[in-house]
Ligand binder design. Structure first.
Ligand code: HEM
Length: 454
């Protein structure tokens, strides 16, 4: 134990099940448990016979794990449990393999490339506007969370893989929901049986993964059989050669990377947008400010890359929505060797759970934390908070590779739709978050869509 570790170890925990320890309460109702028991100290322990978890929402400790001492932390046990779906891709892999894959994919996200992709994003935003015109004409109330999945998936399909995936949207939406729910159950259940055991849940999960696999193999297969040249992320991955062996990626590696980017590249942005629209329906003053900015800059035009710096309030509002509803609501790591964080002893193989959701609602950094207030993200206000009080895209070397892509896409979609439509929440809407692998609206997002001048 390092001599700098001054806090008692093993730690005292407040609420313990006689057999399963405090992890029992975490798996029963994770959000209430984390809120009531894991925000009292800067490191809070969840213990059981099977694993120990140090939960932190303290910015300096988050920085320690993700940045300062990141070499001592690999991805946590939770990521192993989603390997059925994601394989060994950018999100789940570690070490030298991850580093090589990250280096290969990184150029696809350089600013110059993203600049070109704004027109793809705008095209799909306009297509969604057409769909919303028909809702408005028919005075329909719709669950826009599906629309946000659709637009985000179409953008990722075309921008990264030059593929039109419009007809695949319902398959991906349905099967990813199943996979997301069952993966979370697997993460929480230490007795979850391996996928090859034919329990009803496993059969369902396997089928969902097979259906998603089919979509990914279709994208790869089509590319293998074309003579056309494409300048996109898929080509980069397919043409990449190992520096030492000269070998290309195996089919399985390619499948894993495409699956990682395809899923990570749309699900999170879609959830961020659904929560964003919801918040806007609840805060009319902020909505009006946003409208004034967007109308003033665009006057009815579709936004371009050059317009983005001129709409700072839009960016601030998107950031604020991700503060209250961070799509990646937790980040997990596991210590390799022993460590010490803020006087706490961290033994090897300890899981560290960074609860982004609660960090973003901590009243030490956020006044009136439950209120939606984009002004928190002015340059001056941002400087007043510790860096890791806000981390929707994570941080350090494993920071989201698609962070700029996602911000740009949201900054294009929001003004395009906002210029044309007025949204209100359905009177019967039940809004509740579902903390799966990502933070989804549990009962969807039923919204009435009207034309702005109706
Ligand atoms: C609002 C949208 C998004 C949010 C909130 C988000 C959030 C995150 C977070 C928190 C991580 C870090 C996870 C960790 O440290 O364990 C991450 C990683 C990742 N994200 Fe995103 N993401 C978003 C959009 C995207 C997009 C658009 C793409 C791709 C087009 C993408 C691809 C990835 C990949 C591949 C990783 C793994 C990176 C690595 O470990 O090298 N994400 N994302």
């Amino acid at each position: 134990m390092p001599s700098t570790a001054t806090k008692p170890y093993p730690p005292k925990v407040e609420q313990e099940h006689w057999f399963f320890g405090s992890a029992y309460y975490l798996s029963k109702d994770r959000m209430s448990f984390l809120r009531d028991h894991c925000t009292k100290h800067d490191i809070n322990w969840v213990t059981s016979r099977f694993l120990n978890i140090a939960v932190t929402n303290y910015p300096a400790y988050i920085q320690h794990v993700l940045v300062d001492n990141n070499k001592n932390y690999r991805k946590s046990f939770g990521y192993d449990k989603i390997k059925h779906l994601l394989g060994n891709g950018l999100i789940t892999s570690d070490g030298a393999f991850w580093q090589r894959q990250r280096r290969l994919a990184q150029p696809a996200f350089h600013k110059k490339r993203l600049q070109v992709l704004t027109s793809v994003m705008a095209k799909h935003a306009e297509r969604m506007a057409e769909k919303w015109h028909s809702y408005a004409k028919n005075k329909e109330t719709v669950d826009i969370s599906h629309d946000m999945m659709e637009i985000a998936l179409e953008i990722v399909g075309e921008a990264l893989f030059s593929s039109d995936v419009t007809d695949k949207v319902p398959i991906v939406d349905r099967n990813l929901t199943v996979a997301n729910e069952l993966a979370m159950q697997r993460v929480l259940n230490p007795f979850a049986l391996p996928l090859w055991v034919p329990t009803p849940a496993n059969i369902k999960e396997k089928k969902a993964i097979e259906n998603l696999d089919e979509v990914v193999w279709h994208i790869i297969g089509k590319r293998r059989h074309t003579t056309e040249h494409y300048d996109d992320l898929l080509s980069m991955l397919m043409e990449a050669r190992d520096e030492d062996s000269g070998e290309s990626m195996t089919d399985q590696q390619l499948r894993d990377e495409v699956m990682n980017l395809f899923l990570a590249g749309h699900e999170t942005s879609a959830n961020a947008l659904s929560w964003f629209w919801y918040l806007l329906t609840q805060y009319p003053e902020e909505e009006q400010k946003l409208r004034d900015e967007v109308n003033g800059v665009l006057a009815g035009r579709t936004p371009t890359f050059d317009d983005l710096p001129n709409m700072p309030y839009t960016k601030m509002a998107i950031r604020e929505a991700m503060r209250l509803y961070p799509p990646a609501w937790f980040i997990g790591r596991q210590s390799i060797e022993e460590d010490e964080i803020g006087g706490y002893y961290i033994p090897p193989n300890t899981n560290v759970l960074i609860s982004t959701f609660f960090t973003h609602r901590d009243s030490r950094w956020w006044d009136d934390p439950l209120t939606f207030d984009p002004e928190r993200f002015t340059e001056a206000n941002m400087k007043m908070r510790p860096k890791f009080a806000y981390l929707p895209f994570g941080g350090g070397p494993r920071q989201c590779i698609g962070n700029n892509f996602a911000m740009m896409e949201m900054q294009i979609i929001v003004p395009t739709l906002l210029q044309q439509f007025q949204l209100s929440l359905s009177d019967t809407a039940k809004i509740e978050s579902d903390p799966l692998i990502t933070l989804r609206p549990k009962h969807g997002m039923p919204i009435r869509v009207k034309h702005v001048h109706d």
